[in-house]
Design a protein around this ligand. Sequence first.
Ligand code: HEM
Length: 507
Amino acid sequence: MAKTTTATGLPKGFRDAGQGWPELARLPHPPHRLPFLGDVLGASRHTPLQDTLRHARALGPVFRRKAFGKEFVFVWGAREVADLADEARFAKHVGLGVANLRPVAGDGLFTAYNQEPNWQLAHDVLAPGFSREAMAGYHPMMLAVAGRLTDHWDRALAAGHAVDVPGDMTKLTLETIARTGFGHDFGSFERTRPHPFVTAMVGTLGYAQRLNTVPAPLARLLLRGAARRNAADIAYLNSTVDDLVARRRTAAGDGDLLDRMLATAHPVTGERLSARNVRRQVITFLVAGHETTSGALSFALHYLSRHPEIAARARAEVDAVWGDAESPGYDQVAKLRYVRRVLDESLRLWPTAPAYAREAVEDTVLAGEHPMRRGAWALVLTAMLHRDPEVWGADAERFDPDRFEPGAVRSRAPHTFKPFGTGARACIGRQFALHEATLVLGLLLRRYTLVPDPAYRLRVTERLTLMPEELRLRLERRQAPVGTGASAAVPGPPSAEPRCPVRRAGD
Ligand code: HEM
Protein backbone atom coordinates (compact mmCIF):
# COMPACT_ATOMS: atom_id res chain seq x y z
CA MET A 1 0.00 0.00 0.00
CA ALA A 2 1.36 3.50 -0.88
CA LYS A 3 2.52 5.52 2.10
CA THR A 4 -0.31 7.85 3.12
CA THR A 5 1.15 9.59 6.13
CA THR A 6 4.14 11.82 6.79
CA ALA A 7 6.84 11.21 9.41
CA THR A 8 4.70 13.14 11.94
CA GLY A 9 1.80 10.75 11.39
CA LEU A 10 -0.29 13.41 9.62
CA PRO A 11 -1.87 12.54 6.29
CA LYS A 12 0.27 13.36 3.27
CA GLY A 13 -0.51 16.85 2.00
CA PHE A 14 -1.67 18.15 5.39
CA ARG A 15 -0.59 21.74 5.89
CA ASP A 16 -1.04 23.76 9.02
CA ALA A 17 -3.10 26.91 8.29
CA GLY A 18 -0.29 28.95 9.88
CA GLN A 19 1.82 28.35 6.75
CA GLY A 20 -0.75 29.61 4.26
CA TRP A 21 -2.41 32.62 5.84
CA PRO A 22 0.10 35.49 6.17
CA GLU A 23 -2.36 37.50 8.29
CA LEU A 24 -3.63 34.58 10.35
CA ALA A 25 -3.14 36.56 13.55
CA ARG A 26 -5.94 38.92 12.44
CA LEU A 27 -8.49 36.10 12.51
CA PRO A 28 -10.39 35.74 15.80
CA HIS A 29 -10.15 32.53 17.82
CA PRO A 30 -12.00 31.28 20.92
CA PRO A 31 -10.89 32.71 24.27
CA HIS A 32 -8.75 30.75 26.77
CA ARG A 33 -6.28 29.26 24.25
CA LEU A 34 -3.87 26.81 25.92
CA PRO A 35 -0.22 26.38 24.91
CA PHE A 36 0.21 23.37 22.54
CA LEU A 37 -3.31 22.00 23.13
CA GLY A 38 -4.96 25.09 21.65
CA ASP A 39 -8.69 25.90 21.80
CA VAL A 40 -9.83 22.75 23.53
CA LEU A 41 -11.34 24.05 26.78
CA GLY A 42 -15.01 23.10 26.87
CA ALA A 43 -14.66 21.13 23.61
CA SER A 44 -16.27 17.70 23.33
CA ARG A 45 -14.63 14.91 21.34
CA HIS A 46 -18.13 13.71 20.46
CA THR A 47 -19.59 16.95 19.08
CA PRO A 48 -16.79 18.82 17.27
CA LEU A 49 -19.17 20.31 14.73
CA GLN A 50 -21.69 21.60 17.24
CA ASP A 51 -18.81 23.09 19.31
CA THR A 52 -17.54 24.83 16.20
CA LEU A 53 -21.02 26.22 15.44
CA ARG A 54 -21.09 27.74 18.92
CA HIS A 55 -17.74 29.44 18.28
CA ALA A 56 -18.88 30.52 14.80
CA ARG A 57 -21.79 32.46 16.28
CA ALA A 58 -19.46 34.30 18.64
CA LEU A 59 -16.49 34.85 16.31
CA GLY A 60 -18.04 35.78 12.96
CA PRO A 61 -17.76 34.66 9.33
CA VAL A 62 -14.03 33.79 9.26
CA PHE A 63 -12.27 32.45 12.34
CA ARG A 64 -9.69 29.91 13.46
CA ARG A 65 -9.40 27.16 16.01
CA LYS A 66 -6.26 25.44 17.16
CA ALA A 67 -6.20 21.80 18.16
CA PHE A 68 -3.03 19.99 19.23
CA GLY A 69 -0.79 22.66 17.78
CA LYS A 70 -2.53 22.81 14.39
CA GLU A 71 -4.49 25.83 13.20
CA PHE A 72 -7.76 25.33 11.28
CA VAL A 73 -9.52 28.21 9.48
CA PHE A 74 -13.34 28.11 9.27
CA VAL A 75 -15.45 30.17 6.87
CA TRP A 76 -19.24 30.53 6.86
CA GLY A 77 -20.12 34.08 5.71
CA ALA A 78 -22.14 34.08 2.47
CA ARG A 79 -19.73 36.50 0.76
CA GLU A 80 -16.64 34.48 1.69
CA VAL A 81 -18.24 31.12 0.79
CA ALA A 82 -19.31 32.49 -2.61
CA ASP A 83 -15.72 33.64 -3.17
CA LEU A 84 -14.37 30.18 -2.25
CA ALA A 85 -16.69 28.72 -4.90
CA ASP A 86 -14.69 30.52 -7.63
CA GLU A 87 -13.18 27.52 -9.42
CA ALA A 88 -10.56 29.69 -11.13
CA ARG A 89 -8.92 30.51 -7.77
CA PHE A 90 -9.98 27.67 -5.45
CA ALA A 91 -10.39 23.90 -5.60
CA LYS A 92 -11.30 21.03 -3.28
CA HIS A 93 -8.83 20.51 -0.47
CA VAL A 94 -8.43 16.93 0.71
CA GLY A 95 -8.49 17.97 4.36
CA LEU A 96 -7.54 16.02 7.43
CA GLY A 97 -10.90 14.20 7.84
CA VAL A 98 -10.99 13.15 4.16
CA ALA A 99 -7.27 12.28 3.98
CA ASN A 100 -7.69 9.90 6.93
CA LEU A 101 -9.97 7.84 4.67
CA ARG A 102 -7.25 7.38 2.05
CA PRO A 103 -5.97 4.08 3.42
CA VAL A 104 -9.37 2.55 2.59
CA ALA A 105 -10.59 4.67 -0.35
CA GLY A 106 -7.24 5.68 -1.92
CA ASP A 107 -7.68 7.64 -5.14
CA GLY A 108 -11.41 6.85 -5.30
CA LEU A 109 -13.57 9.80 -6.38
CA PHE A 110 -14.17 11.27 -2.93
CA THR A 111 -10.64 11.03 -1.52
CA ALA A 112 -8.58 11.65 -4.69
CA TYR A 113 -6.29 14.66 -4.81
CA ASN A 114 -7.28 17.06 -7.60
CA GLN A 115 -4.18 16.35 -9.65
CA GLU A 116 -4.46 12.53 -9.53
CA PRO A 117 -5.28 11.35 -13.08
CA ASN A 118 -7.70 8.72 -11.78
CA TRP A 119 -10.07 11.43 -10.52
CA GLN A 120 -10.80 12.86 -14.00
CA LEU A 121 -10.88 9.39 -15.55
CA ALA A 122 -13.35 8.01 -12.99
CA HIS A 123 -15.45 11.19 -13.05
CA ASP A 124 -15.83 11.04 -16.85
CA VAL A 125 -16.52 7.30 -16.86
CA LEU A 126 -19.00 7.39 -13.96
CA ALA A 127 -20.88 10.70 -14.49
CA PRO A 128 -23.26 9.07 -17.04
CA GLY A 129 -24.14 6.59 -14.27
CA PHE A 130 -25.89 9.54 -12.59
CA SER A 131 -27.70 10.87 -15.64
CA ARG A 132 -31.49 11.07 -15.82
CA GLU A 133 -31.60 7.91 -17.92
CA ALA A 134 -29.45 5.99 -15.45
CA MET A 135 -31.61 7.22 -12.58
CA ALA A 136 -34.78 6.05 -14.34
CA GLY A 137 -33.13 2.62 -14.53
CA TYR A 138 -32.40 2.62 -10.77
CA HIS A 139 -35.96 3.69 -9.90
CA PRO A 140 -37.54 0.18 -9.85
CA MET A 141 -34.64 -1.10 -7.72
CA MET A 142 -35.13 1.80 -5.29
CA LEU A 143 -38.84 0.98 -5.12
CA ALA A 144 -38.08 -2.67 -4.36
CA VAL A 145 -35.79 -1.73 -1.46
CA ALA A 146 -38.33 0.79 -0.15
CA GLY A 147 -40.87 -2.05 -0.19
CA ARG A 148 -38.65 -3.98 2.21
CA LEU A 149 -38.63 -0.97 4.53
CA THR A 150 -42.43 -0.63 4.51
CA ASP A 151 -42.79 -4.40 5.15
CA HIS A 152 -40.46 -3.97 8.11
CA TRP A 153 -42.43 -0.95 9.38
CA ASP A 154 -45.76 -2.75 8.88
CA ARG A 155 -44.47 -5.53 11.12
CA ALA A 156 -43.36 -2.99 13.77
CA LEU A 157 -46.77 -1.35 13.58
CA ALA A 158 -48.61 -4.67 13.93
CA ALA A 159 -46.46 -5.50 16.98
CA GLY A 160 -47.16 -2.06 18.48
CA HIS A 161 -43.46 -1.08 18.41
CA ALA A 162 -41.97 2.32 17.67
CA VAL A 163 -39.52 2.32 14.75
CA ASP A 164 -35.82 3.15 14.98
CA VAL A 165 -35.66 5.86 12.32
CA PRO A 166 -31.88 6.38 11.84
CA GLY A 167 -31.23 2.61 12.07
CA ASP A 168 -33.88 1.77 9.49
CA MET A 169 -32.95 4.63 7.16
CA THR A 170 -29.34 3.41 7.22
CA LYS A 171 -30.48 -0.11 6.29
CA LEU A 172 -32.59 1.33 3.48
CA THR A 173 -29.89 3.54 1.97
CA LEU A 174 -27.18 0.90 2.28
CA GLU A 175 -29.36 -1.68 0.54
CA THR A 176 -30.28 0.87 -2.14
CA ILE A 177 -26.69 1.77 -3.05
CA ALA A 178 -25.61 -1.87 -2.84
CA ARG A 179 -28.44 -2.96 -5.15
CA THR A 180 -28.26 -0.11 -7.70
CA GLY A 181 -24.48 0.12 -7.55
CA PHE A 182 -23.38 -3.47 -7.47
CA GLY A 183 -26.39 -5.81 -7.62
CA HIS A 184 -25.64 -6.82 -4.04
CA ASP A 185 -27.93 -7.59 -1.11
CA PHE A 186 -26.63 -7.27 2.46
CA GLY A 187 -29.92 -8.58 3.86
CA SER A 188 -30.00 -5.69 6.34
CA PHE A 189 -33.74 -5.87 7.05
CA GLU A 190 -33.65 -9.61 7.67
CA ARG A 191 -30.62 -9.69 9.98
CA THR A 192 -30.54 -9.14 13.71
CA ARG A 193 -26.83 -8.24 13.56
CA PRO A 194 -25.18 -6.21 10.80
CA HIS A 195 -23.52 -7.99 7.89
CA PRO A 196 -19.74 -8.40 8.56
CA PHE A 197 -19.01 -6.11 5.61
CA VAL A 198 -21.06 -3.38 7.28
CA THR A 199 -19.29 -3.96 10.60
CA ALA A 200 -15.90 -3.66 8.88
CA MET A 201 -17.00 -0.51 7.05
CA VAL A 202 -18.31 1.12 10.22
CA GLY A 203 -15.11 0.07 12.02
CA THR A 204 -12.81 1.65 9.47
CA LEU A 205 -14.87 4.87 9.33
CA GLY A 206 -14.81 5.06 13.11
CA TYR A 207 -11.04 4.60 13.11
CA ALA A 208 -10.59 7.40 10.54
CA GLN A 209 -12.69 9.65 12.73
CA ARG A 210 -10.69 8.84 15.86
CA LEU A 211 -7.54 9.90 13.98
CA ASN A 212 -9.15 13.36 13.64
CA THR A 213 -9.34 13.78 17.38
CA VAL A 214 -6.09 12.22 18.63
CA PRO A 215 -2.91 14.33 18.28
CA ALA A 216 -0.92 12.84 15.39
CA PRO A 217 2.31 12.12 17.32
CA LEU A 218 0.32 10.15 19.92
CA ALA A 219 -1.93 8.28 17.51
CA ARG A 220 0.59 5.55 16.75
CA LEU A 221 0.97 4.84 20.46
CA LEU A 222 -2.61 5.28 21.64
CA LEU A 223 -4.34 3.58 18.75
CA ARG A 224 -2.01 0.63 18.20
CA GLY A 225 -4.69 -2.00 18.82
CA ALA A 226 -7.29 -0.02 16.87
CA ALA A 227 -4.84 0.33 13.97
CA ARG A 228 -4.42 -3.46 13.85
CA ARG A 229 -8.19 -3.98 13.79
CA ASN A 230 -8.46 -1.30 11.12
CA ALA A 231 -5.92 -3.07 8.92
CA ALA A 232 -7.94 -6.30 9.29
CA ASP A 233 -11.18 -4.43 8.44
CA ILE A 234 -9.61 -2.94 5.31
CA ALA A 235 -8.28 -6.34 4.22
CA TYR A 236 -11.78 -7.82 4.65
CA LEU A 237 -13.44 -5.00 2.70
CA ASN A 238 -10.91 -5.37 -0.10
CA SER A 239 -11.24 -9.13 -0.41
CA THR A 240 -15.08 -9.00 -0.35
CA VAL A 241 -15.14 -6.38 -3.09
CA ASP A 242 -12.53 -8.27 -5.13
CA ASP A 243 -14.74 -11.42 -4.99
CA LEU A 244 -17.78 -9.40 -6.06
CA VAL A 245 -15.86 -7.90 -8.97
CA ALA A 246 -14.39 -11.27 -9.99
CA ARG A 247 -17.90 -12.80 -10.15
CA ARG A 248 -19.15 -9.87 -12.19
CA ARG A 249 -16.34 -10.24 -14.71
CA THR A 250 -17.75 -13.65 -15.58
CA ALA A 251 -21.43 -12.57 -15.81
CA ALA A 252 -22.59 -8.98 -16.48
CA GLY A 253 -25.20 -7.38 -14.19
CA ASP A 254 -28.25 -5.34 -15.18
CA GLY A 255 -26.52 -2.08 -16.12
CA ASP A 256 -25.60 -1.00 -12.59
CA LEU A 257 -22.63 1.17 -11.62
CA LEU A 258 -20.27 -1.78 -11.42
CA ASP A 259 -21.09 -2.78 -15.01
CA ARG A 260 -20.22 0.78 -16.00
CA MET A 261 -16.96 0.72 -14.08
CA LEU A 262 -15.90 -2.52 -15.75
CA ALA A 263 -17.22 -1.99 -19.25
CA THR A 264 -17.04 1.73 -19.98
CA ALA A 265 -14.01 3.23 -21.65
CA HIS A 266 -13.26 6.94 -21.40
CA PRO A 267 -15.17 8.65 -24.23
CA VAL A 268 -12.07 10.44 -25.53
CA THR A 269 -8.98 8.48 -24.46
CA GLY A 270 -10.51 4.99 -24.46
CA GLU A 271 -8.84 4.36 -21.08
CA ARG A 272 -10.51 2.12 -18.47
CA LEU A 273 -10.47 2.06 -14.67
CA SER A 274 -7.83 -0.31 -13.28
CA ALA A 275 -8.88 -3.26 -11.09
CA ARG A 276 -7.38 -1.53 -8.06
CA ASN A 277 -9.27 1.68 -8.79
CA VAL A 278 -12.57 -0.20 -9.30
CA ARG A 279 -12.16 -1.67 -5.82
CA ARG A 280 -11.66 1.81 -4.38
CA GLN A 281 -14.67 3.22 -6.22
CA VAL A 282 -16.93 0.39 -5.01
CA ILE A 283 -15.94 1.08 -1.40
CA THR A 284 -16.25 4.85 -1.98
CA PHE A 285 -19.79 4.57 -3.32
CA LEU A 286 -20.90 2.23 -0.55
CA VAL A 287 -19.59 4.67 2.06
CA ALA A 288 -20.46 8.02 0.40
CA GLY A 289 -23.76 6.74 -0.93
CA HIS A 290 -25.59 5.80 2.23
CA GLU A 291 -24.99 7.56 5.57
CA THR A 292 -25.53 11.08 4.21
CA THR A 293 -28.87 10.17 2.60
CA SER A 294 -29.89 8.18 5.65
CA GLY A 295 -29.30 11.25 7.86
CA ALA A 296 -31.19 13.52 5.46
CA LEU A 297 -34.21 11.18 5.51
CA SER A 298 -34.06 10.84 9.30
CA PHE A 299 -34.00 14.61 9.91
CA ALA A 300 -36.86 15.09 7.42
CA LEU A 301 -38.96 12.45 9.21
CA HIS A 302 -38.21 14.12 12.55
CA TYR A 303 -39.42 17.50 11.28
CA LEU A 304 -42.47 16.00 9.55
CA SER A 305 -43.48 14.28 12.78
CA ARG A 306 -43.12 17.56 14.70
CA HIS A 307 -45.01 19.70 12.16
CA PRO A 308 -48.31 17.96 11.40
CA GLU A 309 -49.46 20.90 9.24
CA ILE A 310 -46.37 20.51 7.01
CA ALA A 311 -46.83 16.71 6.92
CA ALA A 312 -50.49 17.20 5.92
CA ARG A 313 -49.50 19.52 3.06
CA ALA A 314 -46.81 17.11 1.86
CA ARG A 315 -49.22 14.17 2.09
CA ALA A 316 -51.88 16.04 0.14
CA GLU A 317 -49.33 16.56 -2.60
CA VAL A 318 -48.40 12.87 -2.64
CA ASP A 319 -52.07 11.86 -2.81
CA ALA A 320 -52.73 14.32 -5.64
CA VAL A 321 -49.67 13.40 -7.70
CA TRP A 322 -49.58 9.65 -7.13
CA GLY A 323 -53.27 9.04 -6.58
CA ASP A 324 -54.03 5.35 -6.12
CA ALA A 325 -51.18 4.17 -8.36
CA GLU A 326 -49.67 1.12 -6.71
CA SER A 327 -46.12 2.28 -7.33
CA PRO A 328 -45.14 5.78 -8.41
CA GLY A 329 -43.34 6.05 -11.75
CA TYR A 330 -39.96 7.72 -12.12
CA ASP A 331 -41.44 11.04 -13.35
CA GLN A 332 -43.97 11.14 -10.54
CA VAL A 333 -41.18 11.55 -8.00
CA ALA A 334 -39.78 14.77 -9.49
CA LYS A 335 -43.32 16.18 -9.34
CA LEU A 336 -43.35 16.04 -5.53
CA ARG A 337 -42.10 19.61 -5.26
CA TYR A 338 -43.28 20.30 -1.74
CA VAL A 339 -41.83 17.01 -0.42
CA ARG A 340 -38.56 18.02 -2.04
CA ARG A 341 -38.73 21.37 -0.20
CA VAL A 342 -39.13 19.48 3.08
CA LEU A 343 -35.95 17.61 2.23
CA ASP A 344 -34.08 20.77 1.23
CA GLU A 345 -35.13 22.51 4.43
CA SER A 346 -33.93 19.50 6.48
CA LEU A 347 -30.59 19.62 4.63
CA ARG A 348 -30.42 23.36 5.29
CA LEU A 349 -30.65 22.96 9.06
CA TRP A 350 -28.65 19.73 9.20
CA PRO A 351 -26.49 19.31 6.09
CA THR A 352 -25.49 15.75 6.85
CA ALA A 353 -21.99 16.25 5.38
CA PRO A 354 -21.63 19.46 7.39
CA ALA A 355 -18.41 20.93 5.98
CA TYR A 356 -16.09 20.78 2.97
CA ALA A 357 -12.60 22.15 2.46
CA ARG A 358 -11.28 24.49 -0.25
CA GLU A 359 -7.72 25.47 -1.08
CA ALA A 360 -6.25 28.40 -3.00
CA VAL A 361 -4.79 27.33 -6.36
CA GLU A 362 -2.80 30.58 -6.55
CA ASP A 363 -1.82 33.35 -4.14
CA THR A 364 -5.05 35.28 -3.68
CA VAL A 365 -7.12 37.42 -1.30
CA LEU A 366 -10.29 35.85 0.09
CA ALA A 367 -13.29 38.16 -0.33
CA GLY A 368 -10.89 41.07 -0.85
CA GLU A 369 -9.78 40.90 2.80
CA HIS A 370 -7.77 37.84 3.77
CA PRO A 371 -4.53 37.06 1.92
CA MET A 372 -4.01 33.35 1.23
CA ARG A 373 -0.93 31.71 -0.25
CA ARG A 374 -1.23 29.01 -2.90
CA GLY A 375 -2.18 25.78 -1.08
CA ALA A 376 -3.72 27.58 1.93
CA TRP A 377 -7.06 26.07 2.82
CA ALA A 378 -10.24 26.67 4.81
CA LEU A 379 -13.18 24.61 5.97
CA VAL A 380 -16.57 25.82 4.77
CA LEU A 381 -19.01 25.37 7.66
CA THR A 382 -22.13 24.62 5.66
CA ALA A 383 -24.26 24.11 8.74
CA MET A 384 -23.53 27.72 9.78
CA LEU A 385 -23.79 29.20 6.28
CA HIS A 386 -27.31 27.73 6.24
CA ARG A 387 -28.18 29.58 9.46
CA ASP A 388 -26.76 32.98 8.57
CA PRO A 389 -29.52 35.43 9.62
CA GLU A 390 -28.42 37.84 6.88
CA VAL A 391 -29.35 35.22 4.30
CA TRP A 392 -32.13 33.26 5.99
CA GLY A 393 -33.65 35.94 8.23
CA ALA A 394 -33.97 36.34 11.98
CA ASP A 395 -35.94 33.08 12.16
CA ALA A 396 -33.18 31.04 10.47
CA GLU A 397 -33.50 28.31 13.12
CA ARG A 398 -37.18 27.71 12.28
CA PHE A 399 -38.11 24.78 10.01
CA ASP A 400 -39.96 26.24 7.02
CA PRO A 401 -39.95 24.42 3.66
CA ASP A 402 -41.38 27.52 1.93
CA ARG A 403 -37.85 28.95 1.99
CA PHE A 404 -37.36 26.70 -1.04
CA GLU A 405 -40.39 27.99 -2.91
CA PRO A 406 -38.99 28.99 -6.38
CA GLY A 407 -39.46 32.77 -5.86
CA ALA A 408 -37.67 32.62 -2.50
CA VAL A 409 -34.80 30.62 -4.02
CA ARG A 410 -34.42 33.17 -6.85
CA SER A 411 -34.28 36.05 -4.38
CA ARG A 412 -31.26 34.57 -2.53
CA ALA A 413 -27.66 35.06 -3.59
CA PRO A 414 -25.97 32.04 -5.24
CA HIS A 415 -23.86 29.71 -3.10
CA THR A 416 -25.95 30.20 0.04
CA PHE A 417 -27.25 26.58 0.05
CA LYS A 418 -24.41 24.09 -0.37
CA PRO A 419 -25.29 20.70 1.17
CA PHE A 420 -23.66 18.92 -1.77
CA GLY A 421 -20.42 20.91 -1.86
CA THR A 422 -19.27 22.95 -4.82
CA GLY A 423 -17.69 22.94 -8.27
CA ALA A 424 -16.08 20.05 -10.10
CA ARG A 425 -15.75 18.06 -6.86
CA ALA A 426 -19.38 18.57 -5.80
CA CYS A 427 -21.40 15.46 -4.98
CA ILE A 428 -21.76 13.18 -8.00
CA GLY A 429 -24.61 11.36 -6.21
CA ARG A 430 -26.77 14.45 -5.63
CA GLN A 431 -29.63 13.52 -7.96
CA PHE A 432 -29.44 9.91 -6.84
CA ALA A 433 -29.82 10.95 -3.19
CA LEU A 434 -32.62 13.41 -3.92
CA HIS A 435 -34.57 10.93 -6.04
CA GLU A 436 -34.21 8.16 -3.47
CA ALA A 437 -35.10 10.37 -0.50
CA THR A 438 -38.08 12.08 -2.19
CA LEU A 439 -39.43 8.70 -3.29
CA VAL A 440 -39.10 7.21 0.19
CA LEU A 441 -40.62 10.24 1.96
CA GLY A 442 -43.54 10.10 -0.48
CA LEU A 443 -44.10 6.39 0.16
CA LEU A 444 -43.91 6.79 3.95
CA LEU A 445 -46.20 9.84 4.04
CA ARG A 446 -48.74 8.03 1.91
CA ARG A 447 -48.73 4.93 4.10
CA TYR A 448 -48.31 6.20 7.67
CA THR A 449 -49.06 8.98 10.07
CA LEU A 450 -45.85 9.68 12.01
CA VAL A 451 -46.40 10.03 15.74
CA PRO A 452 -43.53 11.61 17.71
CA ASP A 453 -42.59 10.85 21.29
CA PRO A 454 -43.58 14.12 23.03
CA ALA A 455 -40.59 13.79 25.39
CA TYR A 456 -38.03 13.57 22.55
CA ARG A 457 -35.72 16.55 22.08
CA LEU A 458 -33.53 16.59 18.97
CA ARG A 459 -29.94 15.64 19.75
CA VAL A 460 -27.50 15.34 16.89
CA THR A 461 -24.86 12.58 16.82
CA GLU A 462 -21.71 13.33 14.91
CA ARG A 463 -20.02 10.45 13.16
CA LEU A 464 -18.48 11.29 9.80
CA THR A 465 -21.99 12.54 9.08
CA LEU A 466 -24.83 13.92 11.21
CA MET A 467 -27.80 11.92 12.47
CA PRO A 468 -30.69 12.57 14.88
CA GLU A 469 -29.75 10.54 17.94
CA GLU A 470 -32.16 7.84 19.12
CA LEU A 471 -35.07 9.12 17.08
CA ARG A 472 -38.02 6.75 17.48
CA LEU A 473 -41.45 7.28 15.92
CA ARG A 474 -44.76 5.49 16.34
CA LEU A 475 -46.78 4.79 13.25
CA GLU A 476 -50.45 4.77 12.38
CA ARG A 477 -51.56 3.17 9.15
CA ARG A 478 -53.36 5.55 6.77
CA GLN A 479 -56.19 4.51 4.49
CA ALA A 480 -55.04 4.44 0.86
CA PRO A 481 -56.26 7.52 -1.03
CA VAL A 482 -59.19 6.83 -3.32
CA GLY A 483 -60.38 8.18 -6.60
CA THR A 484 -57.68 10.75 -7.25
CA GLY A 485 -56.11 8.68 -10.01
CA ALA A 486 -52.44 8.43 -10.81
CA SER A 487 -52.68 11.09 -13.47
CA ALA A 488 -54.06 13.79 -11.15
CA ALA A 489 -50.70 15.52 -10.94
CA VAL A 490 -50.56 18.92 -9.29
CA PRO A 491 -50.05 21.24 -12.25
CA GLY A 492 -46.78 23.12 -12.34
CA PRO A 493 -43.83 23.97 -14.55
CA PRO A 494 -41.64 21.10 -15.75
CA SER A 495 -38.95 20.13 -13.26
CA ALA A 496 -36.10 22.61 -13.21
CA GLU A 497 -33.59 19.84 -12.45
CA PRO A 498 -30.72 20.03 -14.90
CA ARG A 499 -29.56 16.87 -16.61
CA CYS A 500 -25.99 16.82 -15.38
CA PRO A 501 -25.87 15.87 -11.72
CA VAL A 502 -22.48 17.44 -11.21
CA ARG A 503 -22.15 20.67 -13.14
CA ARG A 504 -25.05 22.87 -12.08
CA ALA A 505 -25.42 26.55 -12.70
CA GLY A 506 -24.44 28.25 -9.46
CA ASP A 507 -22.12 25.49 -8.31
C1 HEM B 1 -28.06 13.69 1.11
C2 HEM B 1 -27.10 12.94 0.63
C3 HEM B 1 -25.71 13.41 0.30
C4 HEM B 1 -25.02 14.52 0.75
C5 HEM B 1 -25.50 15.59 1.74
C6 HEM B 1 -23.72 14.50 0.10
C7 HEM B 1 -22.75 15.48 0.27
C8 HEM B 1 -21.56 15.52 -0.43
C9 HEM B 1 -20.59 16.59 -0.35
C10 HEM B 1 -20.71 17.84 0.52
C11 HEM B 1 -19.57 16.29 -1.19
C12 HEM B 1 -18.33 17.14 -1.46
C13 HEM B 1 -17.24 16.81 -0.48
C14 HEM B 1 -15.99 17.66 -0.62
O1 HEM B 1 -16.00 18.71 -1.28
O2 HEM B 1 -14.99 17.26 -0.03
C15 HEM B 1 -19.88 15.00 -1.79
C16 HEM B 1 -19.06 14.33 -2.69
C17 HEM B 1 -19.33 13.07 -3.16
N1 HEM B 1 -20.47 12.32 -2.99
FE1 HEM B 1 -22.09 12.89 -1.92
N2 HEM B 1 -23.64 13.38 -0.69
C18 HEM B 1 -24.83 12.70 -0.61
C19 HEM B 1 -25.17 11.52 -1.26
C20 HEM B 1 -24.33 10.81 -2.10
C21 HEM B 1 -24.69 9.60 -2.80
C22 HEM B 1 -26.07 8.94 -2.74
C23 HEM B 1 -23.59 9.20 -3.49
C24 HEM B 1 -23.40 8.00 -4.39
C25 HEM B 1 -24.37 7.33 -4.93
C26 HEM B 1 -22.53 10.16 -3.20
C27 HEM B 1 -21.25 10.09 -3.71
C28 HEM B 1 -20.32 11.11 -3.61
C29 HEM B 1 -19.01 11.06 -4.26
C30 HEM B 1 -18.45 9.89 -5.05
C31 HEM B 1 -18.39 12.30 -3.98
C32 HEM B 1 -17.02 12.75 -4.48
C33 HEM B 1 -17.19 13.46 -5.81
C34 HEM B 1 -15.89 13.94 -6.42
O3 HEM B 1 -15.05 14.48 -5.71
O4 HEM B 1 -15.75 13.78 -7.62
N3 HEM B 1 -23.03 11.12 -2.38
N4 HEM B 1 -21.09 14.56 -1.31
